[in-house]
Ligand binder design. Structure first.
Ligand code: HEM
Length: 502
């Protein structure tokens, strides 16, 4: 009797276990993707520098939502705009999918994630992002002072291009310090001269920060964090970044010592004002000097790196398409004439704006969103279970080259953003499906600033110069799949151009 009972119980246990395994398997379906090796997963199958190209191949093979493993971690790639919106923007799961994965830079450079870009999605992040957006709006392109400084900066770089007398020139040598100067203007409300110490600090911090965030470099710090204490490449880079951070800290302390509540004139003053107000109320004292510094460091790296990629891409494409260059110049002549272009001209120059949109779409300078993560819990998406702690990428490169949305996606055609000579509206599919600045809670804070810079730099240059290729130089292909990525951005190969006065 006892034997029979134990047999029945064992059988029941077996049935229950089998049922649980079957139903949990049904419930926990993983998105398709490459299997890879045990533990290492797909580590040896992908090129970290050009990961977006591997993701593009996987899209063809596995579809709109792809999962893979690497070094024991789960990864997810979203290749379709509607799925990206659902994941990052929806009320149901948007907040859960808007964390950032834990990373070396946030931990060690940003004082334990006291910044916007690298922090997980929590209350402190929301307060910081709101403050960052508000402070940028008050002291950036809307203010007369900024417009004045910007126009001085543009005249300055034009005179530098003029001095090249049409000889082969590497434009980024002139443009990158200028982009650094502009972000410096936002911080301090003044324009640096070429020999200014602050300009050098910004240029160095941008260069070293850009190197450190490259996935292949960051992966080494993440796997071997102690490497930062040793001599050699990684230790040297780390010490350079910390040196830059100390210089920026000194700048904040200097501005703090001279801060006058009645004369708030720039981004740093704005944050310091908030800092003081919070300090007076002990319940709100979350904003520290480290947060102020974190936001400054965020803006240097996010703004200069992207602007560099966008302008390098724009010059490269314009030199490939001299007729398009000519059409933009024609619009400049008709609308702007001989005065300097301003932000107000953007609305009256649809062809130029269509070219800017197409440059952003075609090259997709940031091919992937910054990595998202669901740090707090597992999430259901499109019938799949996404395990807690998955690293998630929106594949902007794939979305912007989806032929169901953009016919002939690998052709550069500014006209796709025009209808009867006018720029298409926000609800046109070409615009609606453009998500180069991300969507949802982690959306870029610098979209308007980036668009304005791109317009002003391009029109100012084209008003004065024809951009040509030096004689006996051949242009490499402009197909964005052929451009090498200097991860996380896509850049054309370093090129010299001749800036020939019109
Ligand atoms: C054409 C130039 C630019 C492009 C294509 C671009 C694109 C993006 C993208 C795709 C993201 C990530 C979205 C996500 O993770 O889902 C992002 C985030 C961000 N961008 Fe930009 N960006 C540009 C310029 C700028 C500029 C000029 C600034 C600042 C002045 C800026 C500041 C930021 C910041 C702070 C974040 C982090 C937002 C967050 O984590 O919540 N970006 N940007």
């Amino acid at each position: 009797m006892l034997v029979e009972l134990s047999l029945i119980l064992s059988f029941l246990w077996f049935l229950l276990t089998a049922f649980e395994v079957m139903t949990s398997k049904r419930k926990k379906k993983s998105p398709p993707g490459p299997c890879g090796l045990p533990f290492f997963g797909s580590f040896f199958d992908i090129d970290l520098k050009n990961i977006h190209l591997d993701f593009l191949k996987w899209k063809e093979r596995y579809g709109d939502i792809v999962s893979f493993k690497m070094n024991g971690k789960n990864f997810l790639v979203l290749n379709n705009i509607d799925i990206i919106r659902k994941a990052f923007e929806s009320d149901e799961i948007g907040a859960l999918m808007s964390d950032r994965p834990l990373n070396f830079i946030g931990e060690n450079i940003f004082f334990g994630y006291k910044d916007v870009l690298l922090r997980r999605y929590d209350d402190e992040f929301m307060k910081m992002k709101k403050l960052m957006i508000r402070s940028m709006k008050l002291h950036d392109y809307n203010s007369d002072k900024f417009q004045q400084l910007m126009s001085e900066e543009l005249s300055h770089i034009l005179s530098k291009f003029q001095k090249t007398e049409g000889k082969p020139t590497e434009p980024m040598d002139i443009l990158v310090p200028s982009f650094c100067n502009i972000i410096g203007m936002l911080f301090t409300g003044r324009r640096c001269q070429d020999e200014d110490r602050l300009l050098k600090v910004l240029v160095d911090f941008d260069r070293d920060g850009d190197t450190m965030i490259q996935p292949q470099v960051h992966a080494v710090y993440k796997l071997f964090p102690w490497i930062r204490h040793f001599p050699g490449y990684y230790g040297g880079l780390y010490r350079n970044v910390i040196r830059g951070r100390t210089e920026l800290h000194n700048l904040v302390q200097d501005m703090k010592s001279k801060y006058d509540k009645t004369e708030v004139q720039n981004f740093i003053h704005e944050l310091l004002g908030e800092h003081q107000d919070f300090a007076e109320d002990p319940d709100k004292g979350w904003l520290t000097d480290e947060h102020v510094l974190g936001m400054i460091m965020d803006l240097i790296n996010t703004s200069v790196l992207t602007t560099k990629a966008v302008m390098a891409g724009a010059l490269f494409l314009l030199s490939h398409f001299p007729k398009i260059q000519e059409k933009i110049r024609e619009e400049i002549t008709n609308i702007v004439g001989s005065r300097s272009p301003t932000t107000e001209d953007m609305a009256s120059m649809p062809y130029t704006e269509a070219c800017m949109m197409e440059i952003l779409r075609y090259q997709s300078h940031l091919p992937l969103t910054a990595p998202h993560a669901n740090l707090s819990q597992e999430v259901e998406l499109e019938g799949y279970t996404i395990p807690k702690g998955t690293v998630i990428f929106g594949n902007l490169f794939a979305c912007h080259h989806d032929e169901t949305v953009y016919p002939d996606p690998w052709e550069f055609k500014p006209d796709r953003f025009l209808e009867e000579g006018k720029l298409v509206g926000a609800d046109h599919p070409a615009v609606r499906n453009f998500i180069g600045f991300g969507v949802g809670r982690r959306r870029c804070v610098g979209q308007q600033m980036a668009r304005i810079r791109m317009f002003l730099y391009t029109t100012c240059l084209l008003q004065k110069f024809k951009i040509e290729i030096p004689k006996d130089t051949s242009l490499p292909s402009h197909d964005p799949r052929a451009l090498l990525s200097e991860s996380p951005v896509i850049l054309p190969p370093p090129m010299q151009y001749c800036f020939v006065e019109c």
